[in-house]
Design a binder for this molecule. Structure first.
Ligand code: SF4
Length: 365
């Protein structure tokens, strides 16, 4: 039913292919075969072409080329780090917040990110795509729950479906009166931009609901000319785009890298939306920063970038408790004043500006 349309014959999927392409040294082969036996590997031609094999710290390689560090599990990591399972009333649906659901259609991606929060569930040999009957049950669940205003097609990557199948799914969802927004989470515009052709764009447009596309991109170099053209095809067709990025050690954990990424996104007419703190997925500790580092970076970005380029730094609370903003706090009630105030009297606040200087804001008289 959920037919995948693989036009990715040249995708590198085996560690030996990565060695042959010069993307990893031959001495790493045996460790990487152990990693690949557990976690899917896929590096598309577009992504392989972006990697600077001479740079041992290349930020693109770090995202997609497997590493022996993935064999190291650390405390707190979990196969289901954001608790999808406990919020899944029927197969394919995650209903964590009242007004929206995740609709997980397929379990494959064009590329496999080494920090993937669903890495235990994605790729060949893991869960398969939804069967026809599971798809019908999931759709029935959405129909029966009139509070569902937004359906987020994710999965893994819904743009791995054929345009024909996607058009059918979009039409099924748009026919449900209370579903007004269909959001698609994808990495395809950067991983395989030619896949986002006119037929695919047409499939995403549907009458009766607004389509939004959220692009997953973590480094400005991912926004190649081809990727920018793919995004422009969507936006020119009237489909607005937002971004999702993950804060990653050695990829974008510097103020310069984040600044370049956010500026590149906005220049592509993509509004920066979420910067995710790395999830506690197994074998990903080497790619996670600390929350303190994330807050420091966000504080520095505040003065360097316009509001249009600002992104919200969020943490998916382990166990399925949802996302919380974890960016720095710029406003604090002034304690000494608060102690003196009368009950019900508005307090005075300390407000921190983008340079780190603190100013007082008066109470309402
Ligand atoms: S694109 Fe998303 S779902 Fe696919 S491997 Fe990367 S992080 Fe995981």
């Amino acid at each position: 039913m959920n037919r995948i349309d693989p036009d990715l014959a040249a995708t590198l999927r085996e560690p030996a292919e990565l060695v042959a392409r010069g993307l990893v040294p031959p001495g790493a082969l045996s460790d990487l075969e152990k990693v690949a036996a557990r976690y899917a590997v896929a590096v598309t031609p577009d992504i392989a072409g972006l990697i600077d094999a001479k740079d041992p710290n290349d930020p693109i390689a770090r995202q997609f080329i497997p590493s022996a560090e993935e064999l190291v599990a650390t405390p707190g990591e979990s196969a289901d780090p954001i608790g999808d399972h406990r919020h899944s009333p029927v197969a394919g649906i995650v209903h964590r917040y009242p007004d929206r659901v995740l609709f997980k259609l397929v379990h494959v991606c064009a590329v496999y990110c080494r920090f993937c929060f669903r890495r235990e569930m994605v790729g060949p040999g893991k869960e398969s795509a939804l069967s026809d009957s599971a798809y019908s049950s999931a759709l029935d669940y959405i129909r029966r729950h009139s509070e569902i205003w937004e359906v987020i097609l994710t999965g893994v990557d819904p743009l791995m479906l054929s345009p024909r199948r996607l058009a059918e799914i979009m039409a099924d969802l748009a026919a449900i009166e209370h579903v007004r927004i269909i959001r698609i989470h994808t990495r395809v515009p950067v991983a395989d931009p030619s896949r986002l052709n006119a037929e695919m764009v047409a499939a995403l447009k549907v009458s009766g609901a607004a389509t939004w596309v959220a692009l997953h991109a973590n480094h400005a170099r991912e926004l190649t000319e081809e990727a920018r053209a793919a995004c422009a095809r969507l936006i020119d067709a009237g489909i607005p785009m937002v971004s999702q990025s993950v804060l990653l050690c050695g990829v974008n954990d510097s103020v310069e890298a984040l600044e370049q990424l956010m500026r590149a996104l906005v220049a592509c007419r993509i509004k920066p939306y979420y910067l995710h703190h790395g999830d506690l997925a197994p074998g990903t500790a080497h790619l996670r920063t600390t929350l303190a580092r994330g807050q420091e970076l966000m504080r520095k970005l505040r003065g360097r970038l316009s509001g249009l380029c600002q992104v919200e730094y969020v943490l998916d609370i382990p166990g399925g408790h949802g996302k919380s903003p974890v960016g720095p706090n710029y406003l604090q009630a002034e304690d000494s004043f608060a102690r003196e105030r009368e009950p019900r009297e508005e307090t005075r606040y300390r407000v921190t500006d983008y340079c780190g200087d603190v100013h007082l804001y008066p109470p309402k008289p």
